[in-house]
Design a protein around this ligand. Sequence first.
Ligand SMILES: [Fe+2]
Ligand SMILES: [Fe+2]
Length: 140
Amino acid sequence: MANKQELIQGLNEDLAAEWGTIIRYTYQAANSFGIVGSELRAILEREVQDEIGHAAFLTDVIVDLGGEPTTTPDTFDKPKDIKQMLQFDLEMEKQDVENYKKHARMAEDLGEIELKVKLEEIAADEDRHAREIRRLLKGL
Ligand SMILES: [Fe+2]
Ligand SMILES: [Fe+2]
């Protein structure tokens, strides 16, 4: 059974991942060229808005739980090749889905029902991002 400190720590790991994703997608959008690149750029620009919303939500929740929200992003690899870039993004999105599912279960254990549902919604957003990236990868 998880305790509150473990939940705060888990949410801070999610938050560091979100900050990293916001920077990664902005960086990748600027480095996306050609026909596939312009489609990728449009998708990344849209997804980054979701990630900003996730980061803002997590920051609020961590404060509400009495924790200190991280402002330090996770670092990331910078493949220049579009296919490698997308494969990397897909792995990161899949990892995010698993982390949010795990932390939703922790929130449920602690009786934090709103948080549990919101984390599942975020997991669903990341799953959708993974699906969009998988569709792009199919064409490469
Ligand atoms: Fe996110
Ligand atoms: Fe995402």
